[in-house]
Design a protein around this ligand. Structure first.
Ligand code: SF4
Ligand code: SF4
Length: 57
């Protein structure tokens, strides 16, 4: 299981960046990216995203 960000759906609201407990989500240019190797799969970002742009694969 991995957590993925769909940048087509993402509105760059920044909520996931603010709420990830280990601060591994970042804005890079116009992309919201996550350090998948460090993700603890807590799903906080999935629940907080108002655009359903973060999903579980
Ligand atoms: S699942 Fe948790 S640790 Fe992983 S990116 Fe989302 S909020 Fe951060
Ligand atoms: S919470 Fe969702 S819409 Fe907002 S920046 Fe994160 S992925 Fe994009």
């Amino acid at each position: 299981m991995v957590i993925k960000i769909d940048n087509e759906k993402c509105t760059k609201c920044g909520l996931c960046i603010e709420t990830c407990p280990i601060n591994i989500i970042r804005m890079e240019g116009d992309m919201v990216l996550m350090d998948e190797t460090r993700c603890i799969k807590c799903k906080t970002c999935v629940g907080v995203c108002p655009s359903k742009a973060i999903y579980i694969k």
